[in-house]
Every structure is written in structure tokens, then in C-alpha cells.
Design a protein around this ligand. Structure first.
Ligand SMILES: [Zn+2]
Length: 168
């Protein structure tokens, strides 16, 4: 089983990846650093995430999973008054997850809930550390059991075991 990584907008991911580049980009060295039990979220946000969790985002076909994520995205856009577009395929040759501020577009070629939340946090104007903090704490709140089955490698949240080829 391949290890599934939540790669958050890392165009340099792969051979060129190095700690120094990540540090300069503002990523926390260890994802666990940004976990914070006292972090508060809007009540509607937590409610939207829990509704999404009940729909079992990793079940169903890829098309079905995309629909569930699109619905969560619609909810979050309403809550935060955003019109950010979500592209769940390779877009303009971009094949890594990222947020493009000029176009207000999230590109998410691979389905990953944590990566989606990370990029949405960028859409809300959060910097690298803030996006890690927002997405990881929110994911943990809505998916405590999935979170417990993950560990950190640097700032990346990695599933302990491959889940039949699906990302978290
Ligand atoms: Zn980021």
C-alpha cells in the first residue's frame, strides 16, 4: 500500500523537496506544533464539517466523492462569503494542490480532505502556518478517528495505513 501524503501546495514536492525550502515557505517544522485544543471555529463551520463527515467522504466512486467535497465547499463559501472556485482536476497544467489568489481558484487534482481545507484556509487569506493550523485542527475536530490513525512527517499528515488507495 502506498503511503498517502497530504501534500499541500508544494510545487517542489519530490526530489527537490527539502526542509529549508519548506521552512522558508513558512510551514511549521512539525505539524503537531500547530495542534491547539483551544482553537475556536465558527459554529456553522464545525456543523458543515460534521455534516460532511456523516456523508462519509471517502466512500463511493471518485465522482461521488467529488460531489460531497463540492457540497462542503459550497457550505464553506456561504459561511465565509466567498466565491472561490474549486477545480478537482489538473487545471491549466497544474497538477498539485494549490490556491491561486489572482483567480480565486483552488486546484485539487487528488481528492484529499486535509489538502482541501488547507487550500480553503489560503482562500481565507491565511499564510502557510495559519493554513496548516486551521486545516489540521478543523480536520481533527470533525474526523477524530481518522486523525488518530495518522501521524506527522514534518508538517505533512500521513495515514498510518493506506486506505484502499484513498486519500484522507
Ligand atoms: Zn499552503
Amino acid at each position: 500500500m502506498p503511503i498517502r501524503r497530504h501534500r499541500a501546495d508544494q510545487p517542489w514536492a519530490g526530489a527537490e523537496a527539502n526542509d529549508e525550502a519548506r521552512r522558508r515557505a513558512g510551514y511549521p517544522r512539525y505539524g503537531a506544533e500547530v495542534l491547539d485544543d483551544s482553537m475556536r471555529f465558527r459554529r456553522e463551520t464545525v456543523r458543515a464539517l460534521r455534516r460532511f463527515a456523516r456523508r462519509r467522504p471517502w466512500r463511493g466512486t471518485t465522482a461521488e466523492q467529488r460531489i460531497k467535497l463540492a457540497e462542503l465547499h459550497g457550505d464553506l463559501c456561504r459561511i465565509y462569503g466567498k466565491r472561490t472556485r474549486l477545480r478537482m482536476r489538473v487545471w491549466r497544467l497544474i497538477n498539485w494542490e494549490c490556491y491561486l489568489p489572482a483567480e480565486d481558484v483552488i486546484v485539487l487534482p487528488r481528492l484529499s480532505v486535509v489538502s482541501y481545507l488547507h487550500e480553503f484556509a489560503h482562500a481565507l487569506g491565511r499564510n502557510e502556518r495559519g493554513a496548516c493550523r486551521w486545516s489540521l485542527n478543523l480536520f481533527r475536530k470533525a474526523f477524530p478517528r481518522s486523525f488518530a490513525r495518522c501521524h506527522f512527517e514534518g508538517h505533512l499528515l500521513v495515514a498510518d495505513h493506506g486506505r484502499r488507495g484513498q486519500q484522507q
